[in-house]
Design a protein around this ligand. Sequence first.
Ligand code: UDP
Length: 237
Amino acid sequence: MLPKYKRILLKLSGESLMGDKSFGMDPAVLDHYARDIKEIVDLGVQVAIVIGGGNIYRGMNEAETGIERAHGDYMGMLATVINGMAMQAMLEKVGVYTRLQSAIKMEQIAEPYIRRRAIRHVEKGRVVIFGAGTGNPYFTTDTAGSLRAIEIEADVILKGTRVDGIYTADPEKDPTAKKYETITFQECISKNLRVMDMTAFTLCMENNLPIIVFDMNTAGNLRKVVCGERVGTLVKS
Ligand code: UDP
């Protein structure tokens, strides 16, 4: 099957890497993600990835940690680099060429983020992993994902989650909840459906970047999404 999208940005949360663990990452999950990503690279899709850091550290819990917000946010950004390095290792293991680019300079382990260079990498079939979020505190990796997707002119941002799309209500609490196949940005706002945080969501809406929310934990789903099959929920103008 031919891919529908030429260039995608895949956003994975840090927590998704944990699998059934309560902290850190599960090598089996990383291996499964790496194989799914390889499948779409082999189809000729250009892939960039942003991974969160929530499985290791979140900056916003100042009350809990006693560490001031901005300082903690930088710690959270470093956590995303650890996850990015892990994903990089697993991708290379299954035969995918990768580059890690960091928004915070750390020359020994990652290239600095350079937009034009990132585009060249994906054009050459290398998967680019963007680490350290936006490089700024008070942002999230969802925002980093939206920003980088727009910068590299990705066709779509794919938000891999544990649920298979956007529902009218929380499907775990409300058995009558129905899944949307397609929904507009405006509807998400008027129905108060939180797809991403507002900064990330607004960036996508203003720049006409579609979002697909899908279940990344089902093997093969990523390929289905990039081939345009009806998986997950598509958010568009
Ligand atoms: N973070 C930040 N700026 C960014 C991206 C991330 O300050 O541009 C920090 C923030 O503290 C956040 C943490 O890194 O809580 C981990 O990222 P996030 O919570 O987005 O990860 P996810 O929820 O996707 O695992």
